[in-house]
Design a protein around this ligand. Structure first.
Ligand code: BT5
Length: 339
């Protein structure tokens, strides 16, 4: 949304305000004000106009202007009903010089995970890629992945989902927590399977069901990143049946939620944390399911097995192994049963 349209919207949200007064305040023509109001109506904002002036009656449920309205973070939102991958579009925008833009989609037809894996992205999720240009050396960029995982976790917790982080980028709901659908079926029948029975060996070993993932991509020089795209995929208002096995969604855990508020919270938390990578790391530690666990980290040059004891700036997992402490910078992490 451009600055004038945003100013028009803010003014009529505090309305009613007359068109001529608004035009004077903003230093634009009356016709320009009218055009912005019409465009806002087309985006789904309900705006009354009578003798008292323009007045905002309701905000659309979702979409770019809806997420930008009332957002306490400096992001512009480019919204798509459907797109291949929001990360691909964000990379394109980054290449054109964009900064602080979020590509948001209701559905992705070619969602990507790490290492060429796929990411199921049915309608109802939050598929969002943030284009940022931080003054960081490339080696520090992983701190942004941790910040995004914290932001997703906090948005999920605010929605009532007891989310935790598995190093480095997975947001999980632990196997011990009971979903809304289980609570409903427990209430209906006393002999329905308990979450313990259902969760099974595999899930318990992984530490829970996956709610969200983060895919960070970047381009940069030796000493400074040029851009970073932080892609976050959160299963929000998505039924369990449309997700792969081992996944969960906010809908499954607590029922459907206000997706607009969810995205706003995610973006605002990310904005706070990106400004202070050390604080992001502390926040990550507080929300980590991995610390204190026995883990196996699969890496190209061999697996590491041991106790996860800490995370070190900008995002390395510190593992106590039989051969001593090792810092792992990348890999797939599995939570193991204690020996
Ligand atoms: C990730 O990869 O966890 C990063 C996912 C990032 C997705 C976002 S959505 C917005 C942006 N645009 C994109 O195209 N991508 C980003 P990884 O750790 O590699 O996990 C991938 C694995 O998770 C898959 O191989 C599946 O096993 C599983 N998986 C796929 N879709 C899932 C889903 N919706 N929920 C939970 N698990 C899923």
């Amino acid at each position: 949304m451009n600055d004038t349209r945003r100013a028009v919207l803010d003014a009529i949200a505090d309305g009613p305000v007359r068109g001529p007064a608004l035009a004077d305040d903003l230093g634009v023509s009356r016709n320009a004000v009218w055009k912005h109001v019409e465009a806002l109506r087309e985006s789904g904002f309900e705006i009354a106009s009578d003798d008292a002036g323009y007045d905002l009656l309701s905000v659309p449920e979702y979409g770019g202007p809806a997420v930008e309205f009332g957002l306490d973070a400096p992001f512009e939102v480019e919204y798509h009903d459907a797109i291949g991958s929001t990360n691909d579009r964000a990379r394109e925008l980054a290449g054109e010089g964009a900064a602080d833009v979020v590509v948001l989609a209701d559905e992705q037809t070619g969602g990507r995970g790490r290492l060429d894996r796929g990411w199921s992205s049915p309608s109802g999720g939050v598929w969002a890629s943030l284009v940022v240009r931080p003054a960081l050396p490339p080696a520090h960029a992983p701190a942004l992945t941790l910040a995004a995982a914290v932001a997703v976790t906090d948005a999920a917790r605010e929605a009532g989902v007891p989310a935790e982080i598995k190093w480095p980028n997975d947001v999980l709901v632990s196997a011990a927590s009971e979903s809304a659908s289980e609570r409903r079926s427990d209430a209906r029948s006393s002999d329905s399977p308990s979450s313990d029975a259902r969760s099974g060996e595999d899930e318990a070993e992984r530490g829970g069901r996956k709610l969200a993932g983060v895919l960070t991509e970047m381009e940069g020089e030796a000493d400074r990143v040029s851009w970073v795209v932080v892609g976050t995929g959160v299963n929000v208002n998505v039924p369990e049946e449309s997700l792969p096995e081992g996944a969960t969604s906010v809908e499954r855990e607590v029922g459907t939620v206000d997706r607009r508020a969810f995205v706003q919270r995610l973006l605002e938390r990310f904005d706070d944390l990106r400004a202070d990578p050390e604080a992001a790391l502390d926040a990550w530690r507080d929300r980590a399911a991995t610390l204190g666990q026995r883990v196996r980290v699969e890496r190209d040059d061999g697996d590491i097995v041991g106790q996860a004891v800490d995370v070190a700036f900008p995002g390395a997992l510190v593992v106590e192994t039989d051969e001593g402490r090792v810092r792992v910078h990348a890999g797939d992490c599995e939570h193991l049963r204690p020996v």
